[in-house]
Write a protein that binds this ligand. Structure first.
Ligand code: ATR
Length: 270
């Protein structure tokens, strides 16, 4: 029987995950199916139970279900615990559900391996202190930046993240205004502003010469933040399609024990 996988989300029509996972399956010779299912938050637990009762092997969860998935699983990986969210669920042999979060490692793989961006000893700024931000802060701290600033419109949320991650390393929370006069080698946009075509209110001049801008969001047209980075003279200003493919590759690895090759898949999406 073909092993069944799915991505749950709402809305889900735009999801690129089925295309990505089918390419991974073809490339590695794995027999599996991967479908997109529109699942609203109020029926998430039921949909998850039904899927696994029918023999499903694994599920990806996307917006707005990652926090619900965190609550629904039986066990969590360490990185999922820190991120407070689950994007990948695997049914283990004993029938229990393991929750993982591959977003942060997906970002790091794209930034460091694909794009050759250094984080070690660099000055890094993350914009936004919501769920997307929480998913990447742990792996960013592990990559040993010289400074990791976290700026948010609502400063108290950035401060809460600073406290939450204090056992992993130092995050300096800030308002957007208090960033004035500072410079960063890497600026990551983890706000949801791009999704509505807007930009956080950040001052010009925050990016160091030769700096890099990375937007976790992606769209067919360059996002407002990617455009901002280019205007600020970034040597590289990219959206999150690379992260999308890499987080999928790590999910595929958790499920199948094989790491797919991502470059051809990424090229196809770009
Ligand atoms: P996600 O899971 O995508 O992170 P979220 O948890 O709702 O979604 O968080 C959204 C983040 O984007 C928050 O940091 C939010 O800032 P506030 O905490 O101040 O609300 C940020 N955000 C959304 N729209 C924004 C905008 N136009 N300008 C600045 N920040 C914005």
């Amino acid at each position: 029987m073909t092993d069944r996988y799915a991505v749950f989300g709402f809305p889900i029509g735009h999801s690129l995950s089925p295309i990505i996972h089918r390419q991974f399956a073809d490339q590695t010779g794995q027999q599996l199916s991967y479908e997109a299912q529109e699942v609203k938050p109020d029926v998430f637990n039921e949909a998850l139970a039904d899927f696994f009762k029918a023999g499903g092997k694994g599920v990806n969860c996307t917006v707005p279900l990652k926090e619900l998935a965190y609550e629904a699983v039986d066990q969590l990986t360490q990185r999922a615990k820190f991120s407070g969210a689950v994007n990948t669920i695997k049914r283990l042999d004993d029938g229990s559900l393991l929750g993982d979060n591959t977003d942060g490692i997906g970002l790091l793989t794209d930034l460091c391996t694909n794009l050759g961006v250094e984080i070690d000893d660099q000055r890094v700024l993350v914009l936004g202190a919501g769920g997307a931000s929480r998913g990447i802060l742990g792996p960013l701290l592990e990559a040993k930046p010289r400074q990791l600033y976290l700026a948010n419109r609502t400063v108290s949320k950035a401060k809460a993240m600073e406290v939450l991650f204090s056992s992993l390393g130092r995050i300096q929370s800030s308002s957007y205004e208090d960033l004035a006069g500072k410079q960063f080698d890497l600026i990551i946009n983890a706000t949801s502003a791009s999704l509505s075509g807007s930009l956080p209110e950040i001052a010009n001049g925050l990016l160091s010469p030769n700096g890099v801008c990375y937007d976790l969001a992606y769209s067919e047209q360059p996002t407002a933040f990617v455009c901002w980075g280019l205007q600020e003279g970034a040597r590289l200003s990219v959206d999150g399609r690379g992260m999308l493919v890499e987080q999928a590759a790590h999910a595929f690895h958790l499920w199948r024990g094989v790491m797919p090759e991502t470059s051809a898949v990424l090229k196809g999406l770009k």
